[in-house]
Design a protein around this ligand. Sequence first.
Ligand code: HEM
Length: 104
Amino acid sequence: MNSICSFQTFLWSEVYSQEVKKMNIVKARAILSTLLLVVFLGVLFIMMGVLYTSKTGHSFLGMNKNQLFRIRNVLGPLMNALIIVHFGLNWGMYKRELKVLFKK
Ligand code: HEM
């Protein structure tokens, strides 16, 4: 009886730790997606500024073209790095989608 109980406890702890792992991946995805969204909006904003300064020669919100480029040179690579991690975390989902797409 005791060994059955400890086996049950073992099974439950396995199931529980699997659930915790799943929750952590979902949380990691949510944090990453939020970061991506914020950085993406930043890149969009800076690109608008670059276009504006290039066309008019005026500064954009007090920033000249050089300053805008410096910000873009930080946000661009950061976004690329986040995209690589994001793609890695969602690779499984994408693989399943491809299977559905090419299924005969
Ligand atoms: C503005 C930037 C982006 C944001 C905010 C974003 C957000 C999201 C969200 C919310 C999901 C659902 C799953 C999750 O929460 O992780 C997702 C899925 C996914 N994203 Fe992104 N994403 C962005 C850019 C990208 C880019 C550039 C790629 C390609 C390299 C990409 C590839 C994928 C893939 C493959 C999935 C799996 C689901 C599917 O294929 O539909 N994402 N993304």
